[in-house]
Design a protein around this ligand. Sequence first.
Ligand code: NAD
Length: 497
Amino acid sequence: MNLVRHFIDGQEHQAAAERTGKITNPASGEVTAEVAFATVAEVDLAVAAARKAFQQWRHSSLSKRSTVLFAFRELVARHADDLARTLTLEHGKVLSDARGEVQRGLEVVEFACGIPQLLKGDYSQGVSHLVDSYSIRQPLGVVAGITPFNFPAMVPMWMYPLAIACGNTFVLKPSEKNPSTTQLIAQLFNEAGLPPGVFNVVHGDKVAVDRLIEHPDVAAVSFVGSTPIAKYVFENGTRNSKRVQALAGAKNHMIVLPDADMELAADSVVNAAYGSAGERCMAISVLVTVGEAGDRLMPLIKERIADVKVGDGLEGSSDMGPLVTKEHLDKVTSYVAKGVDEGAELAVDGRAVTVDGRPNGFYLGPCLFDRVTPSMTIYQDEIFGPVLCTVRVATYEEAMDLLRHNQWANGVAIFTNDGGAARKFQTEVEVGMVGVNVPIPVPMAYHSFGGWKESLFGEMHVHGMEGVRFYTRAKAVTVRWPDPSQRGKNLGFPTQK
Ligand code: NAD
């Protein structure tokens, strides 16, 4: 059986794996490969390779870095279909969605290609007599990325293009559930001319993560995943004096006001709740209908759900693929049962779905709950599957109250034709990413991505200028060229003259 290996210092790590994990095709339930789980010594090897490479890479010219990134951009674009197919085979999402994920990741590579412009410093001439001053940003050193299963291509691309462009070297620990996309990426970096050791990959579990967040030679950690692990990585990483950004879980609400375009709102909520089988951190998982919007919207949503075709993600006819693992399918299904027990109205039950020729795949059809209340578990927990909870409220203020009391604050959307209401909403809502008649407001690479509250631990979002700031630190230089007029005794604190 094929073994997915670590990638250290420009090559696959050939040593026999002490521990491995299984990789499963969620569409068929078949085990297709194994992945090596790194030991502490293997993580140390990757960090050592990255540390050694940093000594050279930090001094590489900005044009050398952008030349490599441009070449990498071309290679990723040329291999977009291979990357998409690889990730569909291990994640389950439909191919068109996988291609979209690669495309959105590529946009960060394109942003990073502009590093000569992004890293320009500030210069002040004559801050004092014959004194000039300038500010520059320098790389941190070895940076680690730890990423989740749900975007095996895009989420790592939020991190390494900018980290590397800023002059750092990188060690990535992707999800053990779908690691093969990253192997292809590592090969493409080699082909693009990135020096060995600048981009390394270690696979594995808690052992690898724990070593990365305690390793004295790792300067910063970017993490994306569930809230408990994000909190753990943030607390332990910062305790070990690392700079940490940890993007976490979500429960994104979509508010529909009575004046909204109901056809558009129905299309949008179905696309955003069931796309990628709900396994998106920006998926809509709670629909909040205000006033009469609920009665008008429900039949339109049911009509559209009836049209969603569940199947193998490689089949062009499928709209929605399987869930990532059997364990995750069982967990999501148990939430559906819990919702029924707690008294929510299961308006559409996807549990009986079957897919021809795929009896062992991890499939669940779209599930729609109506009349959910905030005290129910299905409202409070992140389910991360194709389960949409509808909460009916009477007023805009009640909808805002729900958001105020929600622990997560990743994305949110409002649907309305009232510009004043939309403006009021975007100003007062305490959520990191806001959509107005846009259900999944994922910012472009030149803006930053990140939530508030329990959806982000740390100061800075990913990509955009926030990403440049995260992967660099500031230095201010004050310069005076010797001049006889500066001589003489003066023990006072330097002030401007
Ligand atoms: P996860 O937290 O289980 O895993 C994320 C990473 O942490 C993986 O690399 C995994 O190997 C590692 N990990 C898991 N358990 C660990 C432990 N006990 N100790 C140390 N490391 C551990 O997340 P997941 O299930 O892969 O991904 C889904 C989650 O990610 C959802 O909660 C989703 O909302 C979140 N997510 C958030 C964003 C965002 O931008 N906020 C984006 C994508 C996904």
